[in-house]
Design a protein around this ligand. Structure first.
Ligand code: ATP
Ligand code: MG
Length: 115
């Protein structure tokens, strides 16, 4: 299992959510997030400012089966994209274990609802 953490623009949330739904990824945790970037170092200019820390962003945390990792990342890369500086980041890590509390299922079985 893999965990995908995506820092995206809040303005892209509805589009990202719909795109994930379209590939049957209907589950994730999200929260408001605050961050600092390396804007000054790169001398980026965003709307006349070199500071994009004020961009309102959300953090999405999505745990998927290994087999669904790439399609989920590709979906995020496409749906969260504007091409402007500050589109966000995607981090992938390995999840050791997962449990559905109600059924005690674990691993891959605990991630998706049965048909
Ligand atoms: N190494 C990191 N670890 C954790 N969070 C990070 C890291 N780098 C960036 N972030 C998060 O991403 C935000 C910056 O996103 P941003 O899209 O500006 O990335 P970037 O690498 O500067 O790309 P761009 O060139 O498009 O601006 C930060 O505010 C922070 O929340
Ligand atoms: Mg940046």
């Amino acid at each position: 299992m893999k965990k995908i953490e995506a820092i995206i623009r809040r303005s892209k949330f509805d589009e990202v959510k719909a795109a994930l739904h379209a590939i049957d990824i209907d589950f994730f945790t999200y929260s408001e997030t605050f961050g600092v970037g390396n804007e000054r170092k790169k001398k980026e200019i965003f709307r006349g400012s070199s500071d994009t820390d004020f961009i309102s962003r959300l953090s999405l945390s999505i745990v998927v089966r290994d087999i669904n990792l790439q399609k989920t990342v590709d979906c995020l890369l496409k749906s969260a994209y504007t091409g402007e500086i500050g589109d966000g980041k995607i981090f992938v890590s390995t999840i050791d274990e997962s449990y559905r509390i109600r059924t005690k299922e674990k691993g891959d079985d605990s991630l998706y609802m049965k048909e």
